[in-house]
Structure formats: C-alpha cells, structure tokens
Design a protein around this ligand. Sequence first.
Ligand code: DP6
Length: 315
Amino acid sequence: MQNTTTAQAHPNIALVKYWGKQSKPGNLPATPNLSITLSNLTTTTKIKEGKKDAFHLNGEQIEDAKIERWLQTLRSEFEVPSLIINSDNNFPTSAGLASSASGFAALITAVNAHCDLGLNEEMRSNWARQGSASAARSIHGGFVALVPPQWEAMRLAPSSHWPLEVVVAVTSRAAKAVNSTQGMQRSKQTSPFYNAWLRGAAEDYSSAAQAISLRDFTQLAQVAELSCLKMHSLMLTSNPTLSYWTPASIACMDCVRALRDQGHQVFFTVDAGPQIKAVCTAESRPAVSAALAQVPGVLEIIDCGLGEGAQIIDQ
Ligand code: DP6
C-alpha cells in the first residue's frame, strides 16, 4: 500500500437528465440518462491513511454524512483503513456544477488504487453511483450513458467523436438550498408530472443517443433542452416548489435561443442550480461566450471542452 494517492475527475453534465430514484437499494436512477464529461473543471482528491477518517474540502475539514455512509458500505466488502481525504475543486462547490459527481468518481478511483481493491471501470462506476448516481458517469470521458439493467455507466463515444464545447455561465456562487437527493425525492412524492416524466425518458434517451452517433446537432439540441425543461417542470411543480433559477438564468436561456436564431449551433442545459451550461460547436463558442458574458447578472464565464474520465495522477 502506498503513502498517498491522488486522483482527478471532471464533472459531467446530463443532456438527458436523471431526476428520481428507484425504490430498491443501490441508488439506482428511475430513468436512463446520458451526459458529457467536461474538461477544465476538475476535482483533485488526495488520500492517505490516518488514525481516523477525516474529510477536507477545499482545505477545510467538514463532516459529510454521504461520504461516511459510502465508506461504511465500501468497508462491508473491502479492507479499507481509516483515510484522510483531501478534495479540491477548481470551481464553485454545491452550486449546480456537479461537484458530487467528480468528487465520488475521484474518490473511488483513488481508494481503488491506494488499497488495491482491483476494481475495473464498471465496478468503479458502480461504487461511484452508490455515492451519487451522476458520479457513475464521471468515471468515463466523452459521451456517457447510465442505463439499465446494470446501471454502470458506459462510454457511448470518446470526446474525439464530436468535440463539442461548453460555456458555463455562473449566475450565483451560493450553495443550493435543497440538494439533488432531497429535491428528487420531493418531486417523486409530490409532482403531478412525475409519471409523465418516467414515461418519456426512454424515448428522450434513444433520441439523444442517436443524435450523438449521427452528430446531429439540431436533434441533440431539441431533446436536451426538452429533457432539461421537463426536469425543471417537475421541480417547479413539487410541493414545496423547487426553484433553482435566478433571473439571470432565465436571461441566459433567452440569450441562447437568440444566438440559435442568428444561426449559431448552441443549446442550453441547467441542473439543480442557477448556472447555465451552453453546449455548442467550436465554431460558435467565441460568440456564445461573448454573448453570455454580456447578460446582466452573469458573474463569470467558464469555457470547457469535453474531458477524460477519472484517473490516477500521482501514486
Ligand atoms: C440535476 O447525482 O447529485 O444533476 O444520486 O442523489 O447524489 P444523488 O443525485 P445527483 O443528481 C443529479 C441530478 C442532476 C441531473 C443529472 O446529473 O442527471
């Protein structure tokens, strides 16, 4: 066993969203979902053995019940010593930029190497999913699917297949009031649209997977925006309502539609937070970044490409 092990992973953004879990154990999504892994935004996780578990996020020691529970489950199957975990994000944590996805993907990758667990990519994806379902997808780079019956993410295509770019417009740096786990449970229990959401998901997934395989931007734009807006309809019709957007989020969506009307290849997607992610071609990226930077209320623009899967960078 080595002294310290460092892993890196990137967040991913879902183009066909996951919002709602199955009732059985294993943190299984209720619907198939599909994402792209980002470059540029990175979680770096360093682990070493300690007298007891300790978790530091961006240099600050914190208690994290999700990570504690996850380690407990991992230890029911493997010999894992007490660990000091240092995790650093180069982007705002808990603000709808999927820090738990890159976090659990980096963590299982680091623990697997550090403790010689012998997990392959599928098994790491399975463990990452038990921490946070979207994390299953950050094990892989490029275009990634999380589908039944295994619910271990698989890579649909590498980044080189279709090097799309993503412009993130940050409209708030505040941590979200209701996290995804609680939010989706509320939607499942209370939104009158939940069953319609379940019924439409397989078709959205197939349409997006086909658009990716054919590199059909128009089809991908249509299905991804629809999936995003359906998810936010579930959120808004939950009781109490889940409203994640700021006025600037809405202005950014209008800006993306206007860019499209001008002929740019761009669409938006938004997760459980106020940031807008504009997915576009490399050709349209400079215009998209410049236009979103002008939207009142946009605090920061982050340009990303498609990134690689979780990996060990130092051992
Ligand atoms: C809106 O994966 O964070 O980003 O499995 O409960 O940890 P848990 O939820 P999480 O939910 C992600 C929701 C989403 C959509 C998506 O990434 O598919």
